[in-house]
Write a protein that binds this ligand. Structure first.
Ligand SMILES: C[S@@+](CC[C@H](N)C(=O)[O-])C[C@H]1O[C@@H](n2cnc3c(N)ncnc32)[C@H](O)[C@@H]1O
Length: 447
């Protein structure tokens, strides 16, 4: 790391040796705004974000029903700096389209959804199939309907043309920024891994650059300290494309190291664990020049089966008025706001895993509601709810049978502190727990 801008060897080594673990979470402002009424105390606000908090110690997150209801996301503090780039640089205009290219497990995507206005749309993409599952779970819990999830290689986007106002590339990297948090990262690190990552980062940026609109913003970040993955990537990109590096206003009290790349003087922001309360992180932002020349993309051929007017009327009791387009996708009824529908039609041959809100299956003129609807911000206030105690909520999340005498028969939202955890179907003598089997918690209390 010698020669890395702003690195202070002695202090850095000292802090790594302590092995201290910084705990932090970020609230979901559409579900939970009061940091004082979580299941654990928060210690202090994270200064570069409005919804992030440090905790004194690590709670048993798995045993907190609020986590499963999407009230907050457990995220490393430095990476929440994304908020500054979005707030300072994204133009305030309607209908913004955003792509989070390397999205799993969903830290940046959930953050973006909280920062963007409701009429924006976010595509969260993850190339590795096995990692899409956790991305999907986290985004379903977050509850937004203005989102799509895709499972594609960056090169699959090349043919779409300049679709996006903002692209976030939180690139796969050599992971040196995680040395304190995860000693495995140290064991896996090598100079050749840095070189390999640097080549891959260039390939990813080359593939995705045509998808950025003229005047659009690309935010690039890594959790690596290596120049080859950070400032040198900024230099390389500026030598390849028509773009400007964008500076950010940073409060000096935050102790973020501001850097300028060697060749093009690109602005970069470095986080060192001995200087900030968080792990290693790097962020830089670029704006595509207006005259950069962007090819228009091939229009897609997504031919989805529309839901009939009668079916739309039949499901209206389940939904707030925000969703306007309804389709049958395989056996599921799916609802989405206008901006998701319009972007979906332009995504050509991409593999779209999820769009808008999965409402449920349609059988005998009735909806069998999906878990996605239960967690969504679009579910109607008039849908029956059952408030569970903490032990009952955990029973529910373990997919055990729970007794809810006196509850309204039929579909109910099982709630904890007013937030929905999923569906419970109340029958005359018992209730059926519809929590997804693959999401159920296995940890027992007291561990
Ligand atoms: C740093 S992680 C992203 C973390 C995520 N943005 C978050 O905040 O939760 C990088 C992601 O890039 C994905 N990835 C790996 N190889 C890739 C490639 N060649 N192109 C695009 N993404 C890749 C990884 O699977 C991983 O999910």
């Amino acid at each position: 790391m010698a020669g890395t801008p702003g690195w202070q060897e002695a202090a850095y080594c000292r802090v790594l040796e302590t092995g201290e673990q910084v705990q932090s979470i970020r609230l979901n402002p559409r579900k939970w705004t009061d940091s004082q009424s979580l299941s654990f105390p928060v210690e202090a606000a994270i200064p570069w974000t409005q919804t992030g908090y440090y905790l004194d110690e690590r709670p048993k997150y798995t045993l907190d029903p609020l986590l499963h209801a999407g009230a907050y996301y457990v995220q490393e503090a430095s990476s929440m700096f994304l908020e500054q780039a979005v707030k300072q640089l994204l133009p305030e205009r309607g209908g913004i389209r955003v792509l989070d290219l390397c999205a799993a497990p969903g830290g940046k995507s959930t953050h973006l959804l909280s920062l963007l206005p409701d009429d924006a749309v976010l595509v969260s993409n993850e190339v590795i199939k096995s990692r899409v599952t956790i991305l999907e779970e986290n985004l379903v819990k977050w509850g937004n309907s203005n989102q799509l999830i895709t499972n594609n290689d960056p090169r699959d986007f090349s043919e779409l043309g300049g679709l996006f106002d903002l692209i976030v590339v939180d690139a796969p990297c050599s992971g040196s920024g995680l040395f304190r948090r995860d000693p495995k990262a140290m064991a896996e690190w090598s100079e050749s891994a840095v070189e390999l990552c640097s080549q891959r980062q260039k390939r990813i940026l080359t593939d995705i650059w045509p998808c950025l609109k003229e005047g659009g913003l690309l935010i690039y970040s890594t959790c690596s300290y290596s120049l080859q993955e950070d400032e040198a990537i900024a230099d390389w990109l500026l030598s390849q494309v028509e773009a400007e590096s964008e500076p950010l206003q940073v409060d000096p009290a935050w102790n973020i190291v501001e850097t300028k790349s060697a060749q093009k003087a690109a602005f970069g922001y470095r986080f060192y664990p001995d200087q900030v309360r968080g792990e290693g992180f790097f962020l830089t932002a670029f704006r595509k020049r207006e005259a950069a020349g962007t090819v228009s993309g091939r229009k897609g051929k997504n031919k989805l089966e529309k839901v009939s007017k009668q079916q739309v009327a039949d499901i209206s009791e389940w939904l707030k008025p925000g969703l306007s387009q309804f389709y049958m996708i395989q056996e599921n009824m799916v609802g989405m706001p206008e901006q998701v529908d319009s972007l979906l039609s332009e995504l050509g041959s991409l593999y779209v895993r999820r769009a808008g809100v999965t409402l449920g299956k349609w059988a005998d003129r009735k909806l069998i509601p999906d878990h996605g609807l239960a967690l969504s911000n679009e579910v109607h206030e008039a849908v029956n709810r059952i408030e569970l105690s903490a032990p009952q909520a955990l029973q529910y999340l373990r997919k055990e049978e729970i007794q809810v005498p006196g509850s309204a028969p039929g579909w109910n939202l099982a709630c904890y502190k007013g937030l929905s955890l999923g569906w419970l179907k109340v029958l005359p003598n018992r209730s059926n727990n519809y929590y997804p089997k693959e999401w159920r918690i296995l940890m027992q209390s007291g561990r």
